[in-house]
Structures are given as structure tokens and as C-alpha cells.
Design a protein around this ligand. Structure first.
Ligand SMILES: Nc1ncnc2c1ncn2[C@@H]1O[C@H](COP(=O)(O)OP(=O)(O)OP(=O)(O)O)[C@@H](O)[C@H]1O
Ligand SMILES: [Mg+2]
Length: 135
């Protein structure tokens, strides 16, 4: 049995009503299988539906159609049991807290990822330098 099996998995987001109704087919019917022990890269352009697919695999989102099984469990039905058995890291925007200044988000992440203070200072300096628009 594959460790991950997606069967015509799909997700459609609907926002707004009437004339302002917007439908996004974030994931069109997608089927694939991953065997235990396989390392898999999931590539696609921005907006291709990667995060949405992974969110359905973890139970964060419910599919609009089809189904996915992870380690024999349904992420939607068995969300808590599955959460104890998987690890997931999201990058980019979802790594930041809207209510905190950027630098505070970075400080928190430094602790979570156990980055040594001197490494942190060095990387932050490099980042600030590379993005600086000042004179
Ligand atoms: N909660 C949501 N409501 C409405 N539309 C959404 C929502 N989440 C994602 N979308 C839309 O669904 C599509 C797929 O988004 P998704 O975030 O899954 O793409 P992605 O492949 O992870 O992109 P990126 O490489 O930028 O992370 C995009 O058009 C996005 O705007
Ligand atoms: Mg994404």
C-alpha cells in the first residue's frame, strides 16, 4: 500500500457572491501514489496548487472532490491521529506573523530552528545588506 495515495483529488475555492463571485480551480483532479521510503519533489509554478495539495494531505483543507489517504488514514476523518505521525514545514509568507514586526518573527524562528546567535546575526546582516535600498 502506498504511503500517500491521491485519487482524483481536487480543490475549488469560491469567493464572493453574485457578480463578484470568483471561482479558482486551485487543484484540478490529481491522482498519484508515493511509496514508503521514496523521496519526492513536488514542483510547480507559483499558484499551481502545491500548498493546497499539501494542506489537503494534512487535513488543513477539505477536498472539493476525490480523496487522499496518508499512511492509510484519511487526513480529514483522522486528522488528529495523522497529525501525530507527520511533520510539515511551510516557508515564505506563512512563516511570518502578521501582527509582529518582521524582525520579531525572525527572532522567534531563530529559537525554533535553533540557529546559533552569531550565525543569526551574520545571516540577518547579509540579508539586510542584500535588500537594502538606502544610499
Ligand atoms: N484560501 C484560498 N482562497 C482562495 N483562493 C486560494 C486560497 N488558497 C489558494 N488559493 C488560490 O489557489 C491557487 C493555488 O494556490 P497554492 O497556494 O496552492 O499554490 P502554490 O503552488 O503553493 O503556489 P506558490 O508556489 O506561490 O506557493 C492560486 O490561484 C491561489 O491564489
Ligand atoms: Mg505554496
Amino acid at each position: 500500500m502506498p504511503i500517500i495515495a491521491a485519487d482524483r483529488l481536487e480543490k475549488t475555492f469560491v469567493r464572493g457572491r453574485g457578480a463578484r463571485r470568483r471561482v479558482t480551480h486551485a487543484v484540478r483532479p490529481l491522482s498519484f501514489a508515493v511509496e514508503a521510503g521514496e523521496f519526492v519533489g513536488f514542483l510547480g509554478a507559483n499558484g499551481a496548487g502545491k500548498s493546497t495539495t499539501i494542506k489537503m494531505m494534512t487535513g488543513i483543507l477539505h477536498p472539493s472532490g476525490g480523496a487522499v489517504a496518508v499512511d492509510g488514514l484519511s487526513p480529514q476523518r483522522d486528522r488528529v491521529a495523522l497529525a501525530l505521525r507527520l511533520g510539515i514545514g511551510f516557508g515564505q509568507r506563512t512563516q511570518l506573523w502578521w501582527d509582529l514586526p518582521l524582525t520579531e518573527s525572525y527572532r522567534l524562528l531563530r529559537v525554533m530552528y535553533r540557529v546559533a546567535p552569531h550565525d543569526y546575526a551574520q545571516r540577518l546582516g547579509r540579508l539586510a545588506e542584500s535588500t537594502s535600498t538606502g544610499p
